[in-house]
Design a protein around this ligand. Structure first.
Ligand SMILES: N[C@@H](CCC(=O)N[C@@H](CS)C(=O)NCC(=O)O)C(=O)O
Length: 203
């Protein structure tokens, strides 16, 4: 059986993404959770992860680092993890890659904490990141989202990439536009998002 190595469900946004993709696709895996922010976290991750990071997928001889690479591995097995329309698929990949590589201010000021509820004054850069995310959501929903409640209609890897952002907006009291508000409801209603949030460590 393959193993997905992840960090705490409360904090590890990068772990949440492939976990959602694999679970949504029905790809079975054993979960190996390494507690983060503990004195021995680095050693415990280094013992299994050549990159020194989680998530990590171990499938026999194959060790795949990085959330997006693991999601792509899953999509090779279950292609419906990306939209079927080639143009929609290109944009879904583009916005997922943008999430993966950008939004540094938002990520720094609003780190994922599924349990947190607060109201935070954001810097101009973080505010610009939040606005860009809501624009991505609006454009995807209007252009590609007619056949479902998610960014490209059916739940896809793009939603796996933005689900942690939805939790951040809730945690930090971000005011949502109508599209973002409806999209957040859809994300929180998704059974695997609920399973992730229900699985948050309490100690
Ligand atoms: N680009 C990587 C980022 C992975 C990452 O930064 N993971 C964090 C946890 S969310 C980590 O392993 N932190 C432990 C450490 O840096 O010691 C990905 O997409 O998987």
């Amino acid at each position: 059986m393959r193993t997905l190595v992840i960090g705490d469900k409360r904090w590890s946004s990068w772990s949440m993404r492939p976990w959602l993709a694999l679970r949504h696709a029905g790809i079975e895996f054993d979960e190996h959770l390494i507690r983060l922010r503990r004195p021995d976290s680095k050693e415990r991750i280094a013992a299994v992860s050549p990159s020194g990071k989680v998530p990590l997928l171990i499938d026999g001889d194959l060790t795949i680092s990085d959330s997006l690479a693991i999601c792509e591995w899953a999509a090779e097995r279950v292609p419906s993890l990306w939209p079927s329309d080639a143009s929609a698929r290109a944009i879904a990949r583009s916005v997922s890659a943008e999430m993966h590589s950008s939004f540094v201010a938002m990520r720094t000021e609003m780190s994922m904490d599924v349990e947190l509820r607060t109201k935070k004054e954001l810097s101009r850069d973080a505010r610009a990141d939040v606005d860009r995310v809501m624009t991505i959501w609006r454009e995807a929903r209007v252009k590609w989202g007619q056949d479902g409640d998610f960014l490209f209609g059916a739940f896809s890897i793009a939603d796996c990439f933005y689900a942690p952002v939805v939790t951040r907006f809730r945690s930090y009291g971000v005011t949502l536009d109508d599209t973002a508000s409806r999209y957040s409801e859809a994300i929180f209603a998704h059974p695997e998002v609920r399973a992730w949030c229900d699985g948050v460590e309490r100690d």
